[in-house]
Design a protein around this ligand. Structure first.
Ligand code: NAI
Length: 341
């Protein structure tokens, strides 16, 4: 596999943003962080507009000194750059109905996640630029790392090059929000979506199942709920292991464990045949993620996710998971040890 290109501050020309009106649709996790970083980089407050429905996020933007526009038509009409930073599942509705018809033909649209572009759920004109600037960090870290003078991991790509200069604009915007300081990795909406959805629909569901089944078997063997909860996750040992994996190496971090543990883990992993898991993972990647099956199914229930009662499909899934031995035991342990946790 070829290595990905990495872009740094020197690859980006902030001058490309001179005279441009930069609109942030959304002032939540990412919107608040990116808008503040951009302003602190030296983009004038008058050149920035926050488009937000009247809610607590809009009030937050106003309190931080930003100019806020509640009428999306008006914000769309003046945008030279539009950061699309509202939740992925509401983007098609809000963008296609309230923004797209009023946007300039040469606007640059910036996405922070590949999902809606990869699945072609947003309506762009061919003359418009569509770029991805996708931080790999939660918004509060995007802001705090910038304030500490550090960069943060970020993916960047030009998805549609209407102007012939889309990548250069994407890099200028990446630099303005602080993403090229530590290096922004060249990627694509396809790659970002494939990795994100694969992790969410293959890797982590398997980890949930591994923990659930391990819990049941050890419980059956006589281990107490309290000991199990602590042993398996409440002690935060798994969190520490992943932190060391990031810092020192996925396998190298094992050197911090006891010799018995190291031998058990290293020899055990080599004995396991990964072919069934590999086949299952491939099935999810190709027949659920890349072919759009999940996206089509999710679009059907997306509207129900805003319901405030038990018919909300997400709530139903939480209820279902709460019925497992792990779920039931954790509830008992947490209520018993409420003061200690
Ligand atoms: P968020 O959930 O924090 O968005 C809140 C904002 O969306 C607020 O300004 C709110 O007024 C607006 N909003 C919510 N529902 C709306 C509706 N129906 N109509 C109009 N406005 C509405 O969003 P977040 O998490 O910042 O995500 C924005 C984008 O950034 C997404 O594409 C997401 O995938 C991406 N992203 C998010 C990360 C994170 O840390 N949360 C990390 C990297 C990328």
């Amino acid at each position: 596999m070829p290595s990905a290109k990495i872009y740094y501050d020197n690859d980006a020309d902030l001058g490309l943003l001179t005279g441009k009106k930069i609109v942030f649709l959304g002032f939540g996790n990412q919107g608040a962080a990116q808008a503040q970083n951009l302003r602190d980089t030296g983009i004038s407050n008058d050149a920035i507009l926050v488009a937000n429905r009247p809610d607590a996020y809009a009030e937050d933007a106003t309190s931080k000194g930003f100019i806020v526009e509640h009428e999306f038509e008006k914000a769309a009409a003046v945008a030279d750059v539009l950061f699309l930073l509202i939740p992925d599942q509401v983007q098609p509705r809000v963008f296609n109905d309230q923004f797209a018809p009023h946007l300039k033909t040469d606007v640059t649209i910036v996405i922070a996640s590949g999902y809606n572009v990869f699945y072609k759920l947003l309506n762009f004109k061919p003359t418009q630029d569509v770029v991805m600037v996708a931080p790999r960090m939660i918004g509060s870290s995007v802001r705090s790392l910038y304030q500490k003078g550090k960069g943060f991991p970020c993916f960047v790509s030009a998805e549609q090059d209407g102007s012939g200069n889309a990548l250069a604009t994407a890099l200028a915007l990446s630099r303005a929000i602080g993403a090229t300081k530590a290096g922004a990795i060249a990627s694509s909406a396809r790659e970002e979506t494939a990795m994100d959805l694969f992790a969410e629909q293959a890797l982590w569901p398997n980890i949930i199942v591994l923990f659930r089944e391990a819990f049941s078997i050890l419980q059956e063997a006589g281990c107490s709920d309290e000991a199990l909860c602590y042993e398996m996750w409440m002690s935060k040992e798994p969190a520490e292991i992943f932190e060391r994996a990031a810092e020192e190496g996925f396998i190298t971090q094992l050197k911090h464990h006891s010799t018995v543990s190291q031998y058990g883990q290293l020899s055990g992993a080599l004995k396991l045949d990964g072919s069934a898991v590999r086949a299952h993972f491939k099935d999810i990647l190709y027949n659920q993620v890349l072919n759009g099956k999940f996206c089509r199914e999710f679009s059907k229930i997306e509207g129900d996710l805003e319901k405030q009662d038990s018919s909300n499909p997400l709530e139903q899934l939480y209820v279902e998971h709460g019925k497992s031995e792990l779920g039931q035991a954790e509830q008992r342990v947490r209520s018993r040890l409420a003061g200690l946790l």
